[in-house]
Write a protein that binds this ligand. Structure first.
Ligand SMILES: NC(=O)c1ccc[n+]([C@@H]2O[C@H](COP(=O)([O-])OP(=O)(O)OC[C@H]3O[C@@H](n4cnc5c(N)ncnc54)[C@H](OP(=O)(O)O)[C@@H]3O)[C@@H](O)[C@H]2O)c1
Length: 298
């Protein structure tokens, strides 16, 4: 039973593979630009823009499960078209498919979104992911579409790196208070995805952290254990570049549909789950250990 991770060289893909290895799962994975070697993983080069490569890969690996953790941002060919092709190939061969999507399929016009919310994207990336969701759901009805929010973890995520670069003066930018999301730790997200992958669940699932946090607040938490705290981090004047305030708080409303994963994601393990509430209770950030603080005070 081989599990195939599309986008295995990415941030989420790497954690999915780490957990597969810990659980003794036979894993294969793809990379595009970042050739990777991992013990126990069979790596395949893949360009999702090439339809033939997708079919060839699926035939060669013959996986029982495919988790699509690739990201082509707003590139329609990578994000939308290839999801259509992957859904077609896996459905045709009766292969289980877990497709990773995003809260960016929602505009943020509402505050809370549950799994029944229809996409109304306002960005090119959100539109491509929404198109991908539609293709996956219609072509492969037994698949899982897992919407997540900002993925963070132990300093390695893009979002944490951006904050560190802002503080270091290595880039200019703003962290807005009107861009509110539900960040999730990559470890918790990967565990929930594996739980879905080996289940027979189907449909849309929201896998997000328990707390709604603005980019501004996230930046503060990323830097809160720096001893100096003398940097100028955020600019709050003005609205985020999104046309409407982005309050795409992903509501965790699975109820009894998927009880164990809900417990996993909502409660988490406080030492790993990104949670400002737990941070306050413990009078310190729970996520970022001192060794991960790479900040330089101005
Ligand atoms: N990061 C977030 O905060 C966030 C939030 C919501 C949803 N998501 C979703 O979560 C998933 C994982 O995100 P991530 O942050 O882990 O992404 P990531 O680190 O940027 O990794 C992207 C992966 O996609 C691969 N890829 C890119 N272009 C490709 C192409 N043309 N052909 C084949 N593979 C290609 C990359 O391969 P190479 O690196 O080898 O080029 C890499 O393995 C994505 O579906 C993303 O949309 C992410």
């Amino acid at each position: 039973m081989t599990m195939l991770i599309i986008g295995g060289s990415g941030f989420l893909g790497t954690e999915l593979l780490r957990q597969a290895s810990s659980a003794g799962r036979l894993a294969a994975a793809t990379f595009n630009s970042r050739a990777t070697r991992t013990d126990g993983v069979t790596w395949h080069h893949l360009d999702l823009r090439d339809a033939r490569q997708i079919d060839t890969l699926i035939d060669a690996v013959a996986p029982s499960v495919v988790i699509n953790a690739s990201s082509g941002d707003a590139d329609w060919s990578v994000t939308a078209d290839s999801s259509f092709r992957l859904a077609t190939a896996t459905a045709r061969q009766g292969i289980r498919l877990v497709h990773v999507s995003t809260d960016a399929v929602s505009s943020g016009a509402d505050v809370h979104y549950d799994e029944t919310a229809l996409p109304d994207p306002v960005t090119p990336y959100g539109a491509a992911k929404a198109a991908a969701e539609t293709a996956v759901r219609l072509l492969h009805p037994a698949s899982v579409v897992a919407r997540t929010s900002l993925i963070i973890g132990d300093g390695g995520s893009t979002h944490e790196r951006v904050v560190h670069e802002l503080v270091a003066g290595a880039r200019e930018g703003a962290l807005y208070t009107d861009d509110v999301r539900c960040p999730v730790h990559v470890t918790d997200l990967a565990a929930a995805l594996w739980e879905l992958a080996v289940s027979d669940a189907a449909g849309v699932f929201h896998l997000a952290g328990p707390d709604a946090v603005s980019r501004y607040a996230l930046g503060g938490l990323c830097t809160s254990n720096h001893p100096a705290k003398r940097w100028s981090l955020v600019y709050t004047a003005g609205k985020s570049p999104l046309s409407r305030a982005w309050h795409s708080t992903v509501e965790i409303s699975w109820g009894n549909r998927f009880r164990s994963a809900m417990a996993l994601v909502v409660s988490g393990t406080s030492s790993r789950m990104y949670s400002p509430r737990s941070a306050r209770a413990n009078s310190g950030p729970v996520l970022f250990s001192k060794s991960h603080v790479l900040l330089r005070a101005r």
